[in-house]
Design a protein around this ligand. Structure first.
Ligand code: ASP
Length: 395
């Protein structure tokens, strides 16, 4: 009985709870655990790049025709865009229902580095000029684009050559997933270290001072994750989303603890392929791409954050401005990398679009790490639901 309860998932879940408690009550002790959390993160990141390359490659190289690829790609994009829009819409509606009150003790002079995020930068982020540099710098979108082209080219080769390359990457993919499984076994320790350190370092007090904003983001994410996405999964994927949630929960716990969709990717792939039995062809394509392009949680948070800061400046956003927020927040989420705080950086695009001073970002900085955890879990959940839905059409 006890043995059945002591699964890695349950232990990881307990690690989050005990991590929060330790962060509050054993602050001086857990602050030294940073190295443990960092080591766990490094282990995950270590296999992310080879895994992205191999899984995208295998997914495309094992498709039987270009038509199949078009089908898979279009379905994935359709899913990404529609759920991102739905997430932003949910955020905007919530802000219109909650009227933010000014926060008295906010500090706008906080210095943060802001490199405004532009559409040009977004386009550039898709095209690599040196694939080895992109690989070593972990530029995920570059790697995805290159591995797609590479796979397409390999599809045109003679059968014997094609087989060698495909088997090679298939082997890499499986080996990386095996390492992922080993790392997952360490997640209770890694997660405890990550969570307790963040709580000890940031303190939970900041959340109280910005409670209205935090509430709006959390409520929005909750509605999107537990109502919107499950309904979509149920209607289009014809599966029970809550049962599926239990199967893939390890990935969500890791996303929550690491605040990084990319670092979570090895775990998402592992649970999708091994626990939920989703075809490697679909998971290997939809998850890596989704981890960087499909960020429902980030999109929702961007919309709420911008509207919150605007109201702190006494600006009431008109309907037109809210429509601008709708599009730019979606774009900023697509452009955000799957790493901690990426959404905060791309938010400058939305700020500029509606004319809010960039310094305003400082207002929400203190609670950002906590919200990052929740939005990242929502991002990964969105990818996993999408993978399951799309797999229905590819079996
Ligand atoms: N941390 C998020 C992710 O990796 C991105 C963000 O900052 O919103 O999915």
């Amino acid at each position: 009985m006890l043995k059945r309860f002591l699964t890695v998932e349950n232990l990881t879940f307990l690690a989050i709870i005990f991590g929060v408690l330790a962060g509050i009550y054993l602050k001086d002790l857990v602050i030294h655990l940073k190295i443990v959390g960092d080591a766990f993160l490094s282990l995950l990141k270590m296999i992310t790049i080879p895994l992205i390359f191999a899984s995208i490659f295998i997914s495309i190289a094992s498709l039987t025709s270009i038509q199949d690829l078009k089908n898979l790609g279009l379905k994935a994009l359709l899913y990404y865009f529609s759920t991102t829009f739905l997430a932003v819409l949910t955020g905007i509606l919530i802000v219109n229902l909650i009227h933010f009150h000014p926060v008295s003790d906010i500090n706008i002079t906080h210095n943060i580095e802001h490199k405004p995020f532009t559409v040009e930068a977004l386009i550039k982020s898709f095209i690599p000029s040196n694939i080895f540099q992109s690989l070593s710098e972990g530029k995920v979108l570059h790697i995805i684009i290159f591995s797609m082209l590479f796979a397409l080219a390999v599809l045109t080769l003679q059968k014997s050559k094609k087989e060698i390359i495909t088997n090679f990457f298939d082997g890499i993919n499986d080996a990386m997933l095996t390492i992922a499984k080993w790392i997952i076994n360490l997640s209770p320790i890694g997660v405890f270290a990550l969570i307790s350190y963040i709580v000890a370092e940031k303190g939970l007090g900041a959340i109280l001072s910005l409670w209205q904003y935090v509430l709006a983001v959390v409520l929005g994410l909750f509605i999107h994750a537990f109502i919107n996405l499950p309904i979509i999964g149920f209607i289009f994927g014809k599966f029970n989303p809550y049962k599926y949630f239990l199967k893939v929960k390890e990935a969500l716990l890791i996303a929550f603890s690491t605040s990084s969709s990319s670092a979570t990717l090895p775990v998402s792939l592992e649970v999708a392929e091994k626990k939920a039995n989703i075809d490697k062809k679909v998971a290997g394509f939809v998850l890596p791409l989704g981890a960087t392009v499909n960020m429902d949680g980030t999109a929702l948070y961007e919309a709420v954050a911008v509207m919150f800061v605007a109201s702190m400046y006494g600006m009431d956003l008109s309907l037109t401005e809210q429509i601008i927020v709708f599009f730019t927040a979606s774009l900023a989420a697509i452009g955000a990398a799957g790493i901690p705080s990426a959404g905060l950086v791309t938010m400058t695009l939305v700020f500029s679009a509606v004319g809010i001073p960039l310094e305003g970002i400082a207002l929400i900085l203190v609670v950002d790490r906590f919200l990052d955890m929740l939005r990242t879990a929502t991002n990964v959940w969105g990818d996993l639901i999408g993978t399951k839905i799309i797999s229905r059409y590819f079996n």
